[in-house]
Design a binder for this molecule. Structure first.
Ligand SMILES: CC(C)(COP(=O)(O)OP(=O)(O)OC[C@H]1O[C@@H](n2cnc3c(N)ncnc32)[C@H](O)[C@@H]1OP(=O)(O)O)[C@@H](O)C(=O)NCCC(=O)NCCS
Length: 191
């Protein structure tokens, strides 16, 4: 099992992964955008027998504030800690670049989607915290979006460590998001 990236040119294989997850990536235009973005944005992928079975695409908003833009592990390989490995690997890569905040947008608990309940469980178990619901962020699923931000990284200062509080991070990320309100934000939702 290898992790490759962050430059990736395996769009067809990433598309194949997305197509195994119709409950999350059921909107064709969004799926194709995520596919193409794997070649445009920093993307890490897990390979098994030279086949991509999961990937994570990152997006930079500011040098210190990045986002998990898309993440997927093929349906039959879910729950085997591949997603956790991808996230840890990506965080290490970000940490080396001095990134302080990592956010992810996903569907809020106000939705009845059981799939996205699993998604939230995944992120929350890995330290992400809900920050705010943005009802109009994705018009395909009103009142169902959430921003989760993570108290992501620590770094040595004078031999010690600085850890930001969740509140600090939440304020900062919400502020950032408000600045991006008009920017493209595609959901990975079922239609
Ligand atoms: C979210 C995702 C990338 C995580 O990758 P993964 O390899 O399945 O995750 P891991 O095996 O590292 O961790 C699994 C965790 O997910 C959560 N989970 C809940 N139900 C699950 C299920 N039916 N299958 C898999 N994971 C589940 C749990 O928190 C579990 O943690 P645990 O091991 O402590 O029980 C992957 O499951 C996936 O592609 N999901 C569908 C698409 C998606 O939600 N993408 C992200 C949002 S766009």
């Amino acid at each position: 099992m290898d992790i490759i990236g962050p430059q990736l040119d395996r769009t067809s294989e990433c598309e194949a992964v997305l197509r195994t997850l119709p409950a999350w990536f059921g909107i064709e235009n969004a799926l194709l955008m995520y596919k193409e973005d794997t070649a445009k944005l920093p993307t890490f992928a897990i390979k098994q027998d030279d086949r991509v079975i999961g990937f994570l695409t990152l997006r930079e908003h500011f040098p210190t504030a990045w986002e998990v833009h898309c993440m997927a592990v093929e349906a039959k390989s879910r729950g085997k800690h591949l997603g956790s490995q991808l996230l840890e690997h990506s965080e290490e890569w970000l940490r080396k670049r001095g990134v302080e905040f990592l956010q992810v947008k996903t569907v809020a608990a106000t939705s009845k989607s059981t799939g996205y309940a699993e998604t939230r469980k995944f992120y929350e178990a890995r330290g992400f915290v809900p920050v705010e619901i943005f009802p109009e962020l994705w018009d395909v699923w009103p009142a169902s979006t959430i921003l989760a931000a993570r108290r992501q990284l620590s770094w040595p200062v004078g031999g010690g460590e600085v850890l930001l509080s969740v509140v600090d991070v939440a304020d900062a990320v919400v502020g950032l998001l408000r600045g991006f309100a008009g920017e493209r934000n595609e959901p990975c939702l079922k239609s």
